[in-house]
Design a binder for this molecule. Structure first.
Ligand SMILES: [Zn+2]
Length: 301
């Protein structure tokens, strides 16, 4: 529980101390969620004790946190909650947490019946604007937006593109990156998204394709930065194309769906295992140089 104090973990320093000293290499999970109603700090502890050093904490859809959105300002509750979780994680464990805030494409499908399409678009764009303020204030390192990965009516598709474009504009204005949740990567889709970014003068290099398949070359051709889901084999496939990618689990921290995603230990374990075969240099690039360049942050141990 994120609400818990540090006392619960007081004994673990000794228990895991030996393992922690092995952390000489930065290991970053580029897309993770934490929920006070889920495993939360326990999941962070698992990540850290497996060798993880940095994580990118992405805001959950409001309903996952029990928050109902009726106005843009309601997103502040969501964002503040994510920031509190990040702070508690850093207090509890030796880990650096970077926060990404924004809206989830599924929100539109969820809201428009209740609030009407126009108002829903306005609210989600307002949420992105507030997220940008948090970035400008230094509380978050980037934004999140996207478009549905499933088929929707044309008007929802157009509205989703409109919201995503608005997110790109905010990212450009804040000078930050934006993670996008979209349909699976095809040549057409990736090239179209890069085109939307360019149309608002956002460098496609600042657009991070979350839940990406290991299509490193395709993304590079269009400038989009892939965040590859670290499932079995995917990372080796990605490495066979190059090192221009980051790694993520999309750990959703939902105790009702424990097996539906990769667990918090995945990235550290996969990295350590693959270092044997691929060497440390490629993972230095993936876990340090790439995120430093994309987000403009420092990845230090
Ligand atoms: Zn996610």
């Amino acid at each position: 529980m994120c609400g818990g104090g540090g006392a619960d973990y007081a004994g673990d320093g000794d228990l895991y101390g030996g393992l922690l000293t092995l952390a000489t290499h930065p290991i970053l999970d580029n897309h993770m969620h934490l929920n006070p109603a889920g495993r939360c700090l326990d999941a962070v502890r698992e990540f850290v004790h497996a060798g993880g050093t940095h994580l990118v904490l992405v805001s959950l859809p409001p309903w996952s946190l029990g928050i109902e959105i009726n106005t843009p300002d309601d997103y502040r509750q969501v964002f503040d909650k994510v920031l509190r979780i990040a702070k508690r994680a850093e207090e509890a464990e030796k880990v650096k947490v970077f926060v990404i805030l924004g809206v989830h494409p599924a929100e539109l499908t969820k809201y428009y019946g209740r609030l009407g399409l126009e108002r829903s678009i306005e609210i989600m764009k307002g949420g992105l604007e507030i997220a940008r303020q948090y970035v400008v204030e230094g509380k978050a390192i980037g934004l999140k937006s996207g478009r549905p990965h499933y088929e929707v009516e044309p008007k929802i598709w157009d509205a989703s593109n409109d919201i995503m474009r608005c997110g790109f504009e905010h990212a450009r204005d804040a000078g930050c990156a934006i993670q996008i949740h979209t349909e699976s990567a095809t040549v057409e889709g990736i090239s179209e998204i890069a085109g939307i970014a360019r149309s608002v003068r956002l460098a496609p290099e600042k657009v991070v394709k979350h839940f990406s398949p290991p299509k490193v070359t395709l993304c590079e051709q269009h400038g989009i930065f892939p965040s590859v889901l670290a499932s079995e084999k995917a990372i080796e496939t990605a490495l066979s194309e190059g090192t221009r990618f980051m790694m993520e689990t999309d750990y959703i921290d939902d105790i009702e769906r424990p097996g539906s995603v990769l667990g918090p230990k995945t990235i550290p374990r996969r990295t350590k295992q693959l270092i044997e075969k691929w060497g440390e240099d490629v993972f230095w690039k993936i876990h340090k140089e790439n995120p430093e360049k994309v987000y403009g942050v420092k990845i230090d141990l």
